[in-house]
Design a protein around this ligand. Structure first.
Ligand SMILES: NC(=O)c1ccc[n+]([C@@H]2O[C@H](COP(=O)([O-])OP(=O)(O)OC[C@H]3O[C@@H](n4cnc5c(N)ncnc54)[C@H](OP(=O)(O)O)[C@@H]3O)[C@@H](O)[C@H]2O)c1
Length: 337
């Protein structure tokens, strides 16, 4: 655990707190810190009921608010006395966002605007961290497009902080190993049904490997270190999808079935254009905003500016997982129901 006492006696609100990230973050914080209160903000009472039951031993620390990020008044009420906000609520299924574009825009963009306004107006919130995704980088689908706009809103929100002691930052990572709709549960389903071949959309395809806990730790780093406007990106290993297939079903046939609409060959985290304002640290990168709005924005010490033209993607990574390493990591993967 890092940053001793960082969250002790703090009140933290998580939008989308019943989601995969929210549950993992909540458990991690309750295990490692002594927060005053964690407020779970989301719409579905059933998911809240289940979470409340699963975490009974922490009942005195947890509060469950039914609310929608589209509802600014409700957000304002929920933020009363809150110190830190993690914005994790989103519509994130690519096909659902394509088919329901207005809904994706209302939740991912209008919701982001509401969270920012409510935090700025709260008078108590000091730090806000919003979750981003590799799909927001050079987006090719509406989900990525809405998350790109959301990232821009959170970075630019620092320009409106005025004399308030509040900062906004972003944490970006790719598909979490084992998350719903990702390749590991897809292959596992085929294997469980007795399949002997694992289809590969393109033999060149690569991905980053990140666990939910690593995502949570990056958010805690952002809470601890951000001055405002940073996008934090972990340095993590890559793997080839063909190696994942061989790790899960050694010796299997791997028919190449063709890339799907809206699918990228590699997960991109830092673009060549971002390289102008990107710094490399021991365990992460930070993309700083190209605009400077106030003197609160500062480069965090300990980093080195990357070369112009640098980019960071799962395809050009220098750290690769071998098949035995993938097999080891697979033992700890929690598959989402
Ligand atoms: N999972 C991944 O692999 C991954 C990778 C990179 C980035 N991310 C980002 O990480 C964040 C969290 O992802 P996740 O995997 O935890 O998602 P998730 O499991 O689908 O959870 C989404 C959460 O948001 C809530 N929510 C949805 N719409 C809402 C609204 N209008 N108002 C309030 N709450 C709402 C949901 O609860 P209700 O439906 O009950 O409201 C749920 O608690 C997202 O921003 C996502 O873009 C995820």
């Amino acid at each position: 655990m890092q940053y001793n006492n960082l969250l002790d006696n703090k009140t933290i609100l998580i939008t989308g707190g019943t989601g995969s990230f929210g549950k993992c973050f909540t458990k991690y914080v309750l295990k490692n810190y002594n927060p005053k209160k964690i407020i779970i903000y989301s719409r579905d009472e059933f998911k809240q009921f289940i979470m409340q039951n699963d975490m009974k031993e922490y009942a005195d620390k947890l509060r469950f608010f039914i609310g929608d990020v589209r509802d600014k008044e409700r957000l304002a009420r929920a933020l009363n006395g809150v110190d830190y906000v993690i914005h994790a609520a989103a519509l994130k299924q690519v096909p659902a966002c394509e088919y329901n574009p207005n809904e994706a825009i209302k939740t991912n963009i209008h919701g982001a605007m509401n969270v920012i306004d409510a935090c700025l107006d709260s008078g108590s919130v000091k730090k806000v961290v919003a979750l981003s995704t590799d799909k927001a980088v050079n987006p090719v689908n509406l989900y990525g497009g809405t998350k790109l706009v959301s990232d821009k809103l959170f970075v630019a929100a620092n320009a409106y902080s005025g004399t308030c002691d509040i900062n906004f930052s972003v944490v970006r990572y790719g598909n979490v190993a084992g998350s719903r709709g990702s390749v590991i549960p897809f292959f596992k389903n085929i294997i469980d049904k007795g399949g002997r071949e694992l289809p590969i959309t393109d033999y060149r395809m690569t991905r980053f490997w990140i666990s939910l806990t690593q995502g949570v730790e990056l958010v805690i780093k952002a809470l601890a270190e951000a001055n405002g406007g940073e996008t934090f990106i972990s340095k993590i290993p890559s793997f080839k999808i063909t190696d994942l297939a061989q790790a899960m079903l050694p010796g299997c046939e791997m028919p190449e079935v063709g890339i799907r609409e809206g699918e990228k060959l590699h997960e991109i985290m830092v673009t060549v254009e971002d390289s102008l304002t990107t710094y490399e640290y021991e365990k992460h990168f930070i993309v700083y905003p190209q605009m400077v709005w106030n003197d609160k924005q500062q480069i965090i010490p300990g980093g080195k500016k990357v070369e112009e033209g640098f980019s960071y993607s799962s395809g050009n990574n220098t750290w690769w997982l071998t098949i035995p390493e993938i097999q080891e990591l697979l033992k700890d993967v929690d598959l989402e129901a």
